[in-house]
Structure formats: C-alpha cells, structure tokens
Design a protein around this ligand. Structure first.
Ligand code: GTP
Ligand code: K
Ligand code: MG
Length: 454
C-alpha cells in the first residue's frame, strides 16, 4: 500500500465487534474515526456526553429499534485510539450484533476494522509505544497469572520507561560530544567533560548488561517454560502426559514405538505457563519415521528447561542427552521411575537406580508430589526481580544498543566523530525498541498477532 493510500484508509471510520463470539451476555461494538459523532447522531439521535455511560435505543436509519444498551463516547485525543471513538454495549445475541454491524457497514465512510487496527491507530497517534502495543497483544493472549502480570507491567511502561531513560542518557552524551567537536579548535576546552561522557556510557552498557543478564525468563513466562518427557519405548511417557493433561492427548498402547511426533500439552503450574512435550521412545532403530521422531525428541530435550527421563526398569539416560548441568542449552534432568504399581517390594526398596520420583500413571500414585516438585522448580527459575525483556525483539534491540556502546567506549583511539556515530546507532536501536523511528517491517510482524476489534 502506498503512503497516500495508507493515509486515505486512516481517515476511514472503523468498527468491529470487540467482544467474544455471540451469543453472549453482552456484545461490545467498537467504533473509531472522524465519523464517530455522525454514527452516534444517526443511530442514537444525538451524541451522548463524553466518557459518561448513557442508556440509549440503537436505531436503524428507518427508525426501527435494534436494541437498547449502554453507549460510551470518547472524544479524541483522550481515547484509546487517539481519535473520536465509541462503544456500544448491546445484548450479545447473533441477530442484534449482525443487525448493528450491518447498519454501521451501510453508513458512508465506515468500514470493518482489520485485525489490530484500533491499536495500530493508538500507536500511530502516539497513545501507545511499541512495547505497550505488544503488551496489549500479550494481555489478550495471557492464560496464566504470570503472563497477565508481566503483560500489564509492560503495558504500564516497564521496559519503555527504562529504555526512555537510556535514550536520554545517549542523547545527552551525544550533545556533549557535539559541543566538544564544535570547540575542537580551541585549546581551553577541558577533557574532563569527555571523560565523564565515556564513564557514563560504560555505566549505561553495564545497565543494559544487567537487564540482558536476566536471560530469557521474560520470554519463557510469555511463551511457556518447556518440560520434555523422554525415555525408552514403553516407559510410560504418553501415559504421564495424559495423566498430567487430564485427558487422552496421546495414543497409549503396549507397542513400543507408539509415539513418533512431538505432542504438546499446555499446563498452568502455579500461575506459570508450561509446555509439556511427549516424545518418541529412544532406542536404536533403522526405521526412517521412528529415527526422525527420535531426532526431534533429542533436539527438543536440548532446548527444554527440564527433562523428565522416564524409566520403568531404571535404565539410565544416554550420555548425549543431558551432559552436565552446566552445559549451555541443557537444563537439568530428573529420573522418574514409572509403573510404580507393578513394583515388587524388593524393587521398591532397592537403591539400584537414582530416582528423583516414583510414579504410576495408572493409579495416580506419586503424581501429586511430582506436580508439586515441577511447580516449585518452575517458580525457582523466575527471579524475584520482574523481567523487562519479554520478547526476543527486545533482547535483540538491547543487544544491538549495548554492542554499539561498547565499541564506542572501547575505541578510544578513534576520531570522536566515529565514536559519536556508535552512540547514534545505539540510540536508534533503543528507538526501534519503543517504535520511535521508522519500523514498518517490525510493525507488520507485531500487528499480525492481533484479532479484529483490538
Ligand atoms: N501397570 C502400569 N502400566 C503402565 C503405566 N503407565 C503406562 N503403562 C503401560 O505401559 C505401556 C506403554 O505406555 P505408553 O504411555 O504408551 O509408553 P510410552 O513411553 O509413551 O511408549 P512409546 O510412545 O512407545 O515410546 C502401555 O501398555 C501402558 O498402559 C503404569 O503406571 N502402570
Ligand atoms: K507404547
Ligand atoms: Mg508414547
């Protein structure tokens, strides 16, 4: 779309059902754009007072009453989108919603909103920065308390405020350097100002490093921690997955090699989103499909925050699976003895294998204590300090900024212009983070996550 066509579209007044699929108790239809007042005059007879709930009849142009409900009018720019906008709170019936949307669609200058378009206008009108836009999407998608809290913190400016401070420090440093360049011919300019600039930039790099050192916890809270279930064929992996999911997700049979593909179940463990992954049983095989399943199982285990190694006869995990716990990319591994209901008394008491837990997916024995341990483990992965980096995009922008600052600080022998350019690049990376510079491609990716009506 050309810039001009984009501006034409922006002048449209948009509408959408912002609430869930009817039938429902209520339906909220959202309207935003320059014709909002006209819409309200046409359908209600008059524009209600701004920001005050008004009980009104909603009428078709012919005069028929479609429904009665509460209407809210928000006068721009003090609205979510920054434009005149309104909400119609209707009875959530299919016919009510369909008739209302049809009336709006027939009004000149109105069209249905595209996914995320209300929030896009809020961003374009400076009501939300880019991290807040992402947070709106995350809040709508949040399924656990930790996800909700993290999204709300980000919406309240968690990362954006810190990044704003960092940008101001960079601008200040660049201004001092500019001044120094302007006075470079004069002998009486003290060096101390420059020294202070680079000391602060070194500190800024350390501040960025501290936030980055939080690792990917924020991303994990958003996307879910991963627990992979591995073990030899028939160890009872799929049975455990089903037991923890509380439903029959995976096929369970007594045929070794039943599971081939990775199967995922999403759990809420103590308010944290967790993805539990069932995998193909590990064994030597020449069978193509099974071999691919085993390859995927190992790859997933390498990325997991925790591997549960299931063993019904105490088989130890292969050495290539987990290495030491300090290996990069490999989290800890617990050994779980399965089919406890079949254990003879002698086996139960034998200390032959190191077992972290003993369970029976069949009787449910040991499952409560396993879930409690998993919940505590996941909670233990989350530091008390809330994460500021909640998406890979944030991490990459901060890393780019830090790299540019580090190079500028370290490169003391380079001309001042070159070092200043590094600081400009760092500022640009932080600008990209909050969406203050041209970021069209980034925007497309972010807004594609939205639903219509948001
Ligand atoms: N007695 C008993 N049998 C179990 C238990 N858990 C699983 N089984 C049985 O063990 C067999 C294999 O179970 P699965 O859950 O399919 O094992 P798996 O590890 O997923 O097997 P593959 O996908 O083939 O690698 C099935 O016959 C299950 O009914 C248990 O706790 N007690
Ligand atoms: K099986
Ligand atoms: Mg299985």
């Amino acid at each position: 779309m050309s810039a001009r066509a984009g501006m034409e579209r922006d002048r449209d007044t948009i509408f959408a059902l912002a609430s869930g699929r009817p039938p429902a108790g209520l339906a909220v239809v959202r309207i935003s754009g320059p014709r909002t007042r006209l819409v309200l005059e046409t359908t209600l007879g008059a524009v209600p007072p701004a920001r005050r709930a008004a009980y009104r009849a909603i009428r078709a142009p012919g005069g028929e009453t479609i429904d009665r409900g509460v209407v809210l009018f928000f006068e721009g720019p003090a609205s979510y989108t920054g434009e005149d906008s309104a909400e119609l709170h209707l009875h959530g019936g299919r016919a009510v919603v369909a008739a209302t949307l049809a009336i709006l669609g027939d009004l000149p200058g109105l069209r249905p909103a595209t996914a995320g378009e209300f929030t896009r206008r809020a961003f374009d009108n400076g009501r939300l920065d880019l991290t807040a836009v992402e947070a709106v999407a995350d809040l709508v998608a949040a399924e656990t308390d930790a996800q909700r809290r993290q999204a709300l913190r980000q919406l309240d400016g968690g990362l954006a405020e810190v990044a704003g401070d960092w940008r101001r420090r960079l601008l200040h440093a660049r201004a001092l350097i500019e001044a120094e360049l302007d006075f470079a011919d004069e002998d009486d300019v003290p060096d101390s100002a420059a020294a202070a600039v680079w000391a602060d930039m070194a500190q800024l790099s350390a501040d960025l490093g501290k936030v980055l050192a939080g690792g990917r916890v924020g991303e994990r809270i958003r996307d879910g921690f991963e627990i992979a279930i591995l073990g030899p064929p028939n160890a009872g992996k799929s049975s455990l997955l089903n037991a923890l999911a509380g439903r029959d997700v995976a096929i369970v049979t007594d045929v070794p090699g039943t599971t081939r593909d990775l199967l995922e179940v999403h759990l809420d463990l103590g308010g944290f989103a967790v993805t539990l992954v069932d995998t193909a049983g590990l064994r030597e095989t020449t069978e193509t499909v099974e071999a691919e399943g085993i390859r995927r199982a190992k790859a997933r285990a390498a990325d997991a925050d925790l591997v549960l190694w299931l063993a019904d006869a105490g088989q130890p995990p292969p050495a290539d699976l987990h290495g030491s716990e300090t290996d990069a990319g490999s989290g800890p591994l617990w050994i779980i003895g399965t089919k406890r209901d079949l254990d003879s008394d002698s086996k139960r008491d034998s200390p032959a294998a190191r077992l972290d837990h003993r369970i029976s997916a069949q009787t449910g024995a040991g499952l409560d204590s396993l879930v409690a341990a998993l919940t505590a483990h996941v909670a233990g992965l989350v530091p008390a300090e809330p994460a500021l980096v909640t998406r890979a995009r944030h991490r990459l922008c901060l890393q780019a900024a830090k790299t540019a600052i580090d190079a500028a600080v370290a490169n003391g022998a380079a001309p001042l212009e070159v070092r200043a350019e590094g600081l400009r690049q760092a500022g640009e990376a932080l600008g990209e983070l909050i969406g203050r510079i041209d970021v069209e491609d980034v925007l497309g990716a972010i807004f594609s996550e939205f639903c219509v009506g948001k």
